[in-house]
Design a protein around this ligand. Structure first.
Ligand code: NZQ
Ligand code: ZN
Length: 394
């Protein structure tokens, strides 16, 4: 077991109608002018945006709005938000949406609060932010865990590079409002893609090469079982409140650090491999992860078959004898069966991508930062390994 630091400063307000308290919460934060940041059209269509505005107005707060954040959020929108916040003297950022909107807020918060440098440097990891504007989130999709996490992911249109920011507690939201009902309007594909992302945030932390903590393993395995069980229910009953609630809370717990206690934060190779897919082909993040995971798992499981066998036994109730290899492979197949059962892809073709050898090479070249870095923990992967995994997933 490794030493760890666990820090989750985000206040969580969970349940029906909680978003109506946003004005009061912001008032408690002592802010004066708020940027309400949102995505394409879902928050407008559902009436959520109007309810949020009314709550702020009731609390006597000034605000400006900026919509138009797209999935795989863009740097150009961040810069637009930065200009707006400077012009309007905004002192608090309110994200109304999913991971893309929250991440765009986090990047705007960095850009405004660190005028001494270009915000992209925090994504190139050549500079470290010193401050960030405070952020709050009203979550509309359970997926990214950004509502409690310490990082954000932005795509720079110049080169279509999708990069995660340097990790910093500065960007952790001050509060997260989690009303499961706000997720009822999600298309099935987004719901299930979100469930995969939640699973992956736990799996990325789970698959390591050293002794772990029993308590962290148990929390992680229970979380995975809960998400798998409820993701299946949501295929048939998208308005099942309890299933939405289970998945929503799992999403936050999956990425607030809890499932990484004692596992040295984990592996994260699949996320790195997926970010290139998101940058180059604009796929939904969770679906991209589902398309890659099985190939990654088959490529690395022999580094620690016992761990994969434990996963098979404790998450999928597969009987575990002494043949760890066999049980490990059965566990990988069970996870892929689950992906199929919720209509998620298990390879790139099913994700809608028919890739040439050149494109596969380019993905690996970009993911390895032009052959200058390795990724992964259970097994370190260089550019050639990455290329092989993309090829296996083709
Ligand atoms: O733009 P609108 O119209 O709102 O539509 C969105 C979008 O098309 C729609 N949607 C969201 N809530 C809805 C809804 N549609 C109907 N009803 C609702 N209630 O869903 C689509 C996807 O939204 P998005 O915010 O992109 O989804 P998600 O939360 O999965 O976020 C994905 C982004 O988060 C990053 C990913 O890389 C990706 O860019 N991640 C951020 C992390 C972090 N900051 O800690 C960690 C993650 O691993 C992840 O990398
Ligand atoms: Zn993710």
């Amino acid at each position: 077991m490794r030493n760890f630091k666990y820090y989750t400063p985000t206040q969580v307000l969970f349940g029906k109608d909680t978003h109506l308290q946003v004005g009061t919460l912001l008032k408690q934060q002592g802010c004066h002018k708020v940027l309400i940041h949102y995505g394409g059209s879902s928050a407008v269509r559902s009436g959520l945006l109007e309810e949020v505005k009314a709550s702020l107005a009731d609390a006597g707060l000034e605000f400006v709005t900026l919509g138009g954040v797209v999935p795989n959020p863009r740097l150009s929108k961040v810069l637009e938000g930065m200009e707006l916040c400077r012009r309007e003297n905004v002192d608090f950022l309110l994200a109304v949406g999913g991971g893309s909107v929250i991440d765009s807020c986090k990047a705007i918060g960095y850009a405004v609060a660190n005028p001494w440098t270009d915000v992209w440097n925090f994504f190139l990891k050549t500079e470290t932010p010193k401050e960030c504007l405070p952020i709050g989130a009203i979550l509309t999709i359970a997926a990214s865990g950004s509502e409690m996490s310490n990082s954000c992911v932005i795509t720079n249109e110049d080169g279509w590079l999708k990069r995660g920011s340097i990790k910093s507690d500065l960007c952790r939201p001050r509060f997260a409002i989690l009303n499961p009902r706000l997720t009822y309007t999600l298309p099935q594909y987004q719901t299930e893609s979100g469930c995969v992302d939640i699973l992956m945030h736990t799996m990325e932390r789970y698959f390591v090469n050293f002794e772990t903590m029993e308590i962290t393993d148990s929390i992680s395995e229970a979380l995975m079982q809960t998400v798998i069980y409820n993701a299946r229910i949501l295929m048939k009953e998208p308005q099942n409140y309890n299933a939405r609630a289970e998945v929503m809370w799992a999403g936050s717990l999956s990425h607030n650090g809890l499932t990484g206690c004692g596992t040295d934060c984990g592996d994260w190779a699949c996320h790195q491999l997926e970010h290139e897919l998101g940058g180059m082909f604009d796929v939904a993040h969770g679906a991209g992860l589902a398309a890659l995971w099985g190939s990654w798992a088959r490529y690395v499981y022999q580094e620690n078959p016992e761990r994969f066998a434990q996963f098979a036994a404790n998450v999928f109730d597969i009987p575990c004898g002494t043949d760890f290899q066999k049980t490990a492979l059965a566990g990988i197949e069970a996870m892929e069966d689950f992906f199929r059962s919720v209509e998620m892809p298990t390879n790139l073709r099913e994700l809608g991508l028919i890739l040439s050898d050149e494109e596969i090479h380019k993905l690996a070249f970009k993911c390895s930062f032009e052959d200058t870095r390795t990724i992964g923990g259970i097994r370190q992967l260089n550019m050639k390994d990455m290329e092989k995994i993309y090829l296996m997933a083709r």
